[in-house]
Design a protein around this ligand. Structure first.
Ligand code: PNS
Length: 162
């Protein structure tokens, strides 16, 4: 089976992430959406909350039976070798993402040479969305409609304002 992993912080999942997940399903038979710890980022949502939001936001997309939602606290390559998956999919929003993502791709490939990273360009009209901007907008009273999956919008607002 042709499997791939979409790793990320997903703190929280946005419509940009969902776009990458949906488009990956057209290419791979099964996609693992895996919440990982990014030690460079201070997260707001717990790992379980992030997983729940992902589970809820994929309920309305087609072929969602091909998605596994999981989490891992450790190296991505260790999760991949344990779960027999060797393709990473990452979304690229802009050139600024590229520098960081290519370094990650080289590092992962250096540590585990059987691993390949596929990059998908984020759909243009979603390319300005980031989890950190979602948190900022809510914190300062702005609207996030059209930036996050509609069925988790209230969950996100509640958590950020609590
Ligand atoms: O959504 P993000 O924050 O860009 O995702 C980055 C993430 C979580 C995929 C990355 O930090 C990661 O893979 N973390 C797990 C630890 C690891 O394997 N790091 C790569 C080698 S430095």
């Amino acid at each position: 089976m042709n499997r791939a992993i979409i790793p990320g912080s997903f703190d929280p999942i946005t419509l940009g992430h969902l776009d990458i997940i949906e488009r990956s399903l057209k290419i791979f038979d099964e996609v693992i959406v895996c919440v990982l710890v990014n030690p460079d980022k201070k997260s707001l949502f717990s790992i379980d909350e992030r997983k729940e939001l992902i589970e809820k936001s994929i309920t309305n997309i087609s072929c969602n039976e091909k998605i596994i939602v999981d989490s891992h606290d450790g190296l991505l390559i260790d999760y991949m070798s344990k779960n027999d998956v060797n393709v990473i999919i990452k979304g690229l929003r802009a050139f600024s993402d590229f520098e960081y993502e290519i370094q990650m791709a080289f590092l992962n490939n250096k540590m585990a040479p059987n691993i390949e990273t596929f990059f998908l360009m984020t759909t243009e009209n979603l390319s300005y969305i980031s989890s950190s901007s979602i948190k900022q907008i809510v914190k300062f009273g702005g609207k996030i409609t059209g930036l996050v999956p509609s069925n988790i919008e209230q969950d996100i607002i509640r958590k950020i304002l609590e």
